[in-house]
Design a protein around this ligand. Sequence first.
Ligand code: HEC
Length: 146
Amino acid sequence: MAGCLAACDPADDVRFAQGADGPAAVEVDLPEVVSFHEHVLPVMSEYCFDCHGADRATRKPKKNPLRLDRAEDAYAGRKGGRATIVPGRPLDSPVLARMMSRDPGKVMPPPKSGLVMTPGEIALIARWIEQGAKYDAAEDAGPAGS
Ligand code: HEC
């Protein structure tokens, strides 16, 4: 993958660069077909897995920890039966709403982590969800897979 999907300069107010129409309105070069392993994993590893990954000790929120590194957890119903990722429906997926939120109490990753996603990275996740949010294993990524 090219090192930079979109805006390479870490603009502090990148969040406010997003149009009201959401990430789809951002003009960036996205891969035609988004692969979990190739494209999404590096982004989620950088921004999410410190608190929503495989390490039980650091997983958040404490009461009902959320894992985003496995399909079964990401698709599972949480509060109110709502899944965190709804395959095919980015705008119904809290994951995307959290990434796009302008509310410092809601936005993910949390401001105190010092991490800020670029519009291109958010758009990439949106496209991945739109394409089915498949957690393809590296070895399944080829054309031989279904
Ligand atoms: C530094 C730790 C940290 C990082 C990094 C982080 N989160 Fe979170 N996340 C939290 C905490 C703490 C909560 C619980 C408080 C809240 O809901 O805001 C939370 C809650 C959430 C929730 C709601 C969970 C629920 O209870 O249903 C979602 C969705 C979420 N995070 C998505 C993400 C995504 C996507 C990323 C990466 C882009 C991310 N988070 C990165 C700490 C983190």
